[in-house]
Design a protein around this ligand. Sequence first.
Ligand code: SF4
Length: 347
Amino acid sequence: MNNIIFDKNLKPVPESKPVLKVRDLNVAFNIPLGQAKILEGVSFDLFPKEILALVGETGSGKSVTARSIVNLIPSRSRETHGHVLFAKKDLLSMSNKDLQRIRGNRISMVFQNPQSSINPVFTLGEQIYRLIRLYLSAEIEDLKQKTRCSRKQAIEIIAKEKLNEVGLTDIKRTLKLYANEISGGMAQRYRIAMTLISSPEILIADEATSALDVTVQAHILKLMKELCKNKQTAILFITHDLGIAAQTCDRVAVMYAGRIVEIAETKMIFSNPLHPYTRGLLKAVPKLGKNESLSFVPGIIPDLVNPPSGCRFHSRCIHAMDICSRQKPKNLTIEDNHDVSCFLYKQ
Ligand code: SF4
């Protein structure tokens, strides 16, 4: 067992209905060398109030999965099949106009480079005031009545409260700044403040805390957990950091070369990893106080223009058998809410 610190409040898989169902998602890019099959048969559920981690090496398909859900991948050179079911609709077959109404509203995104998702032509103040007018009209009226202030003043007070909540200081000055005038840490806090205002049903956080220093990172993670607990938001949390996944997420889905190879409650993944790739990833996590050389998964992610036949992990797997290069392993439920895709388990 690694020296991973778990959040004691991790929730078991909820019994409620999923807020998002991803089914058999396949994404391929047409590139000069051929067609790269980036995602193959990705399926999972996301439940209200849960944080689901998508983990795996760079190139495993985590970000493409996240961006495909809200159709944020340029379509010219892409082929997508499968279903992404949200609010009884398939997001993959929705028009861009309808999707735009959902994006940033019912499904919000926070990426590693938050500046890119802040409008560069308006000040931070103009953007947050607009959002408050849109989502918090009841709070504005309430505040007006309680303090006898004007509507404009009420909006400014709420904006200051929200920015304070995410730990931003010198707010009067901050509200006058543009996206290119703030640091990455400030921009990420500002994006989270915007998310707190719109209270989306789903938040997709793609390496959202990776570029931040540890103190800011801890604060942002705390805010995300509060959002999940208080506003019922479900969070799809993409990270390459298993320590953060253990501390933050209720369930973990492990991706390898465009497939989900194992998915389970967080404690299950760390205490009883079943897939050889998951075991390899966990062995690569440094252990506190132990002077051991780090283990790693030998080899690299395969070429996805010509992906390996059968199990995509077979060329790196120390348990590979004949069948592994001939057939694709099916997804099996081994124990409660613990699925794995591997021939080591009865197919
Ligand atoms: Fe290894 Fe075979 Fe399992 Fe793939 S299916 S992980 S190659 S044992």
